[in-house]
Ligand binder design. Structure first.
Ligand SMILES: *Cc1c(COP(=O)(O)O)cnc(C)c1O
Length: 363
């Protein structure tokens, strides 16, 4: 029997290698049929929260909420945390989407600081008109393969004492390094680095966010949605959610986070760096590909983006990859056909990275 494709696409991607086992267990345990108000579900919620807290080294006071996607978090942010003004650091498609979501949700003074794709905005010289209540930055811009310059983000956030700093860690977590004395909130969807089926978003907030949410709720100017921070907080005290949630997804996330804890985040991070070097070196040796992000410091650990510099040779490389059943991601949006994107997620093994690199370096 021939093996199936191996997905190096940056989300959805190859499932984490233990997901299959955990799904089978979940079915045997009837996880999808139990009541979401049962003790059994409360135990699952608690387990997933504890494993995530541990994996991400979250300080006391941070609360974990389950939503449907990162896209939902953008909208909930506008409803819960912003009266008038937000600031979006934009350097690709996903950071731009957070700005668009704020505008569409009625944030009057949504502002962006923008750079071209493949770079990161210079925040020192940026002109900010309205003091932002929320600053949003993408840790790892999945459309371009750029890792944020967090030091410059911290410096900017410190200029606005009352602002909340939100970091989109979708295609990076758990391989992230953040200062939780400065960062107020992180959020992610599970179909990227966690290697899970899509349909679950995780929003993690500190006490400042919860207090801001309550303050805004009292003004009565905003719609009160079922996923308001206050309703999620109230339910979370009992390890529950306002709605019938994605119970299977929450269960699987807890199991994968536990697997990652047992492996250790240090080892996962080191492997990520190691595989990144193998794949990047193959791209440097390749005749048809070139790393898109010019600044080495800004290159993402988990999403490698390359320009296609010779279409004819690239056609041969594509054919070979297809034959070997290795699937890489296409360029995002405007870069389709001009770039490829390669996911280097925790589920991708060193052997996977070598299999891919051996082919890339020949073309
Ligand atoms: C994929 C992605 C999102 C969107 O995730 P959804 O699950 O589709 O909401 C947001 N931000 C980044 C950085 C992403 O890579």
């Amino acid at each position: 029997m021939r093996r199936h494709d191996i997905f190096f696409t940056p989300g959805p991607s190859e499932l984490y290698f233990t997901v299959d086992h955990h799904i089978k267990n979940a079915l045997a345990m009837k996880i999808a049929s139990i009541s979401h108000r049962s003790n059994e579900f409360q135990e699952i919620y608690k387990h997933t929260s504890e494993q995530l807290k541990n994996l991400l080294s979250l300080p006391e006071g941070f609360k974990i909420f389950f939503l449907s996607s990162a896209t939902e978090v953008w909208e909930r942010t506008a409803q819960n945390l912003i009266k008038d003004s937000s600031l979006h650091i934009v350097n690709g498609a996903f950071s731009k989407k957070s700005y668009d979501a704020a505008l569409k949700s009625g944030v009057k003074n949504a502002q962006m600081i923008e750079s071209e794709w493949g770079a990161f905005p210079n925040l020192d010289s940026a002109n900010v008109e309205f003091e932002p209540e929320v600053i949003n930055v993408v840790y790892n811009e999945t459309s371009t393969g750029v890792k944020a310059d967090m030091e410059s983000v911290y410096a900017m956030k410190n200029k606005y004492a009352d602002s909340l700093l939100m970091v989109d860690v979708v295609s990076a977590a758990p391989v992230i390094d953040l200062d939780y004395n400065i960062v107020d909130s992180i959020y992610f969807s599970v179909q990227k680095c966690f290697g899970l089926p899509s349909g679950l978003g995780v929003w993690i907030v500190n006490e400042k966010c919860l207090a801001r949410g309550k303050e805004i709720e009292l003004t009565g100017t905003h719609v009160s949605a079922y996923h308001s921070l206050s309703s999620m907080e109230k339910q979370a005290e009992n390890y529950q959610t306002p709605e019938t949630p994605n119970m299977l997804g929450i269960y699987l996330l807890g199991r994968i986070a536990q697997d990652m804890n047992e492996k250790s985040l240090d080892l996962i991070s080191n492997e990520t760096k190691y595989k990144n070097i193998i794949i990047s070196n193959a791209i440097k040796a390749s005749k048809c590909l070139e790393l898109s992000v010019r600044s080495e410091k800004l290159r993402s650990d988990t999403v490698i983006v390359t320009d296609i510099i010779d279409e004819v040779v690239f056609g041969d490389l594509s054919d070979e990859l297809k034959k070997r059943k290795l699937v890489v991601g296409s360029g995002y949006g405007q870069q389709k056909g001009k770039q490829i994107r390669i996911a280097n997620f925790p589920t991708h093994s060193k052997e996977h990275a070598m299999m891919l690199s051996d082919i890339i370096e020949k073309y």
